[in-house]
Structures are given as structure tokens and as C-alpha cells.
Design a protein. Structure first.
Length: 81
């Protein structure tokens, strides 16, 4: 059980790490269920412009903070993917 907790803790820590849009895009799309729309660099640029208050710097993307918001936004907006 301790090993499982350690693995979950490491995953949580990795999800909180700030990264650039390119790395976020790769991680986001690789862990996305088939039923959800895939993100693109263009879509992330539009999301960032629309939700500027969620970002403090250039490399401010985190799975923990942005994944669900991007998923919801992509589902409700027509964007070139």
C-alpha cells in the first residue's frame, strides 16, 4: 500500500509542475479518453487568450490546473483541432 501511495503522490506532483504549452499539449492528448476532442497548439493559444487570468507566465501550464478547464472549453467551442 505504501508503494501505491508513493506512486500517486509522485503523479500528483508531476501534474502540478508548470510546463510550456507544447509539453502540456503532449501530456493532455496522451491521457485523454477517446470520446473527448484533442487539443492543438492553436486551440491552446485561443484558450490562453480567452482565459488570461489563469496564467502568470509563459510556462504556466499544469495538468492539475488547466486540464479540466481545457477539456470543458474544447467541448463547448468550435476550434480547429
Amino acid at each position: 500500500m505504501k508503494t501505491l501511495r508513493k506512486v500517486k503522490k509522485i503523479q500528483e506532483d508531476l501534474n502540478a509542475v508548470k510546463t510550456n504549452a507544447e509539453d502540456f499539449l503532449a501530456k493532455y492528448n496522451s491521457n485523454l479518453p477517446d470520446a473527448f476532442p484533442r487539443a492543438s497548439a492553436e486551440a491552446l493559444e485561443k484558450f490562453r487568450a480567452t482565459h488570461a487570468s489563469l496564467f502568470n507566465g509563459i510556462n504556466d501550464w499544469t495538468i492539475e490546473k488547466h486540464r479540466k478547464k481545457v477539456m470543458d472549453w474544447l467541448s463547448s467551442n468550435t476550434v480547429t483541432r
